[in-house]
Design a binder for this molecule. Structure first.
Ligand code: ZN
Length: 106
């Protein structure tokens, strides 16, 4: 996985192509990411009564999952949607932008 929670990505395909957003969640097993404001889906909620509380009915928008192959990491240094390489730095392996060669992980 070259993408982590908190990264900014750019969408490469679909109706949100070209949009950028912050990664809210990564699902490594399925290679999906959930990105703020991208791939919004609507869920229609009924009014429900649970233990005296009533949940507000209406339409809830929430971001749906995107496959990793449809997103690209935006480099925080050069601001370009970039391919990511890996480089050993001491004991750690850090991500490196293939565009500007900056280390992405601080
Ligand atoms: Zn870069």
């Amino acid at each position: 996985m070259n993408i982590k929670k908190g990264d900014t990505i750019e969408v490469l395909s679909g109706k949100d192509r070209g949009k950028r957003g912050q990664v809210l969640r990564v699902i490594p097993s399925a290679e999906f990411v959930v990105v703020e404001g991208i791939n919004l889906r609507k869920k229609h909620k009924r009014q429900v009564q649970t233990q005296g509380r009533s949940l507000t009915p209406g339409i809830v928008e929430f971001p749906g999952p995107l496959h990793l192959s449809n997103v690209m990491l935006v480099c925080p240094k050069c601001g370009e949607a970039s391919r990511v390489g890996r480089q050993a730095q001491g004991e750690r392996r850090v991500r490196v932008c293939k565009n500007c060669h900056a280390v992405i992980d601080a």
